[in-house]
Write a protein that binds this ligand. Structure first.
Ligand code: TXA
Ligand code: MG
Length: 326
């Protein structure tokens, strides 16, 4: 274990090294965004392919202009309500932001995290590129201990900020605004929900008497290169079935495909309230993976799909090796 205090983390980042830092969503593996060789270390430590762009974390809305050229009006309105918080904007990038950060895209993803430690570090170092602090495609970390287990033997410096309050990654969105409509492009569902975004934009439009049609387009499997079909996977397989009845019908298939005893499973059990379910999701997946069972069984029927449930369902379905519920 290599736990650092805030001052040590600041000087380590300034020297061009990586530090895992807490945010309200998940722990991030951070590098100073304008130090290209530090940013490259993120990709090699995570085994992350260069086609998967990073999110840049800024101290405040005012600092967005250090990395982005322009912010559509609708996103400014959303930032007023949700920043600091779990909402990431895809914006036209400044030339100073390296192609390594954005995977050669003309856009950069930016967010302001709601975590006192993260904000203090960013305030002293400058904008930080930080993906979730896990190996590529694996389960994201929501405690410092998760990060430590993920990067055992690497002496990765970690700042322990306790368990993450939100528990799933930020909502990622872009925006196309014209004279009579606002199109929100949703790249990744997260803690800020479609309804909250609509309510916020509608309320402001009402106040300004400038009502525009608000359209929502889901781009989860396109255009956002990190949104792979398989992601967030624990160290043992996840099998999603609708319910007990479907499980019984599929058990021969499970046996054949995974080469396991179909009864050698542990159930993923989450809180009924999606806010608590999100908070405990990755810890529970890790606990299940450490159970010495053959696989993790998830009942799709038990997972709430509305509101924040959309993010939970997105992560569970991407973590699945087999999904019979579709
Ligand atoms: O909550 C979070 O967002 C966490 C914490 C650490 O802030 N970070 C995080 O980063 O989840 P990461 O790298 O695991 O996920 C970044 C996501 C990927 O799905 C990637 O495709 C998308 O953001 N992304 C990044 N830049 C993009 C861009 N220019 N256009 C579209 N999608 C982008
Ligand atoms: Mg990630």
């Amino acid at each position: 274990m290599n736990f650092l205090n805030i001052e040590e983390a600041i000087s380590t980042l300034k020297k061009g090294e990586l530090v895992a830092i807490p945010t309200e969503t998940v722990y991030g593996l951070a590098a100073f965004v304008f130090d290209e060789s530090a940013v490259k270390k993120i990709f090699s430590l995570k085994n992350r392919p260069f086609f998967d762009p990073l999110i840049v974390h800024v101290e405040s809305f005012q600092k967005i202009n250090e990395v982005a050229r322009h912010v559509p009006n609708a996103l400014q309105i959303l930032a007023e309500q949700f920043w600091p918080g779990p909402l990431t904007f895809v914006l036209p990038k400044k030339p100073e932001v390296s192609d390594i950060v954005t995977s050669g895209l003309e856009t950069v993803a930016v967010r302001c995290p709601k975590h006192a430690i993260a904000l203090k570090i960013i305030g002293q170092v400058g904008p930080l590129a930080a993906p979730s602090a896990n190996q590529f495609k694996k389960t994201s970390p929501t405690t410092a201990q998760h990060v430590d287990a993920e990067f055992k033997n690497t002496k990765l410096p970690i700042v322990d900020g306790g368990p993450c309050e939100v528990g799933v990654e930020s909502t990622v969105l872009g925006c196309i605004e014209n004279s009579n409509s606002i199109t929100i492009e949703l790249y990744r569902p997260g803690a800020v929900t479609e309804q909250q975004i609509r309510d916020c934009l509608n309320k402001t439009a009402g106040l300004n008497k400038t009502a525009k049609e608000i359209k929502f387009v889901r781009k989860q499997n396109a255009a956002s290169p990190g949104q792979l079909e398989h992601h967030y996977m624990p160290s043992i397989p996840v099998v999603v079935v609708q319910d007990e009845e479907q499980f019984e019908k599929q058990s021969a298939n499970i046996k054949e495909k995974l080469k396991v005893n179909p009864l050698d499973f542990v159930d993923l059990k989450l809180d009924k309230n999606p806010v608590f379910a999100a908070r405990e999701l990755y810890s529970k997946l890790r606990e299940c993976a450490n159970s010495n069972k053959g696989y993790i069984r998830v009942f799709a029927k038990a997972i709430e799909r509305d509101g924040m449930g959309e993010a939970i369902w997105d992560r569970i379905s991407r973590s699945a090796t087999l999904n019979y519920s579709r």
